[in-house]
Design a protein around this ligand. Structure first.
Ligand code: SER
Length: 308
């Protein structure tokens, strides 16, 4: 029997909620310790945890004999701009503590969610390569790029098995994302069903890379279950499902709900979106550990509307 015990921070978030279930299905209910700042109704072990509390984190690792840590707690790009110190603390400093604890407690593997937010205005926007000039425009992007670099450092210096993915905008129906720039691609579905109308805070032709939740889960488990020999970097792997604009997504939804309308009122998130990529080259993930997305925009749209 495997001795894997996984601790997840930010378990109540958009990705955490579904990843906890997927990991429990794979490793067993009691082998996945969900943690979050706020109490959480989850079917399995749960501990309330402020990720900036190093001592408590260390105690939980000992108590549960944790062997893997997923640091999902984060502030996203838009809310991060409203609280840059807290963003740095949670997204990076807490992660830095986790890396150090991982080495001192003999943790086997660490997962760090990175993002398209690490790209900036100097990064090629079309088919963004795995390695390019990255000068992020938000503290969110800075914290995630710094986290990636420290992960790579820990791999080389301490032989720690750190794995990371640069998630694009994540679309799902169970828990809404909060404080991100790509949130419109989720909000639009809820608005379509509820009101038949959506006001987009991004311009109609702003193209951004996206991924549907089942592919997020496949990618994350695919990366974490891959043989270590297959992993050529502890920096985040470029990852994408498809790219879309608010207008294209609206037109796709109209195939199912012809009456649905949209208008546009761009806000501060527009300049963040403008600094990110249109499309992404994720060939390294495909080559190293066999990444292959299952959902395109129309398959995602049909499935979202069916489940909402
Ligand atoms: N979904 C994130 C955001 O919009 C990007 O990783 O901030």
């Amino acid at each position: 029997m495997s001795n894997t015990v996984i601790l997840i921070t930010g378990a109540g978030g958009q990705i955490g909620t579904e990843l906890v279930d997927a990991l429990r299905a794979e490793y067993g209910r009691d082998k996945v310790i969900a943690t979050d700042l706020l109490p959480l109704d989850t079917d399995g072990p749960f501990e309330q945890l402020d990720v900036t509390n190093l001592e408590r984190l260390s105690d939980l690792i000992q108590q549960y004999k944790v062997t893997q840590i997923y640091h999902l707690a984060a502030l996203l790009s838009s809310s991060g701009e409203k609280n840059i110190n807290l963003t740095w603390k949670i997204n990076f400093q807490a992660y830095h503590n986790i890396l150090a604890l991982a080495v001192s407690s003999g943790i086997d593997k660490v997962f760090f969610p990175s993002t398209i937010g690490i790209y900036g205005t100097t990064t090629p926007k079309i088919e963004t390569p795995q390695n390019a000039s990255f000068v992020p425009s938000t503290v969110y992007g800075i914290s995630k790029l710094t986290g990636e670099m420290w992960g790579e450092y820990y791999r080389k210096r301490f032989d720690l098995d750190v794995r990371s993915l640069r998630y694009p905008g994540v679309i799902s129906y169970k828990v809404l994302p909060e404080g991100g720039t790509t949130d419109f691609a989720v909000e639009i579905f809820f608005a379509a069903k509820k009101k038949g109308h959506y006001t987009s805070y991004l311009k109609q032709d702003t193209r951004l890379p996206m991924i549907y939740m089942p592919d997020v889960i496949n990618a994350t488990l695919g990366l974490m279950n891959a043989d270590r020999k297959q992993i050529s970097t502890s920096m985040g792997y470029n990852l994408t499902g498809f790219s879309l604009t608010p207008r294209e997504l609206h037109e796709e939804i109209q195939k199912h709900l012809p009456e649905m309308t949209i208008d546009y009122a761009p806000d501060a998130r527009q300049s963040i979106a403008d600094s990110w990529s249109d499309t992404i080259d994720d060939s390294l993930a495909r080559k190293d550990w066999g990444w292959q997305p299952q959902y395109n925009m129309s398959q995602m749209t049909a499935d979202m509307l069916k489940n909402l």
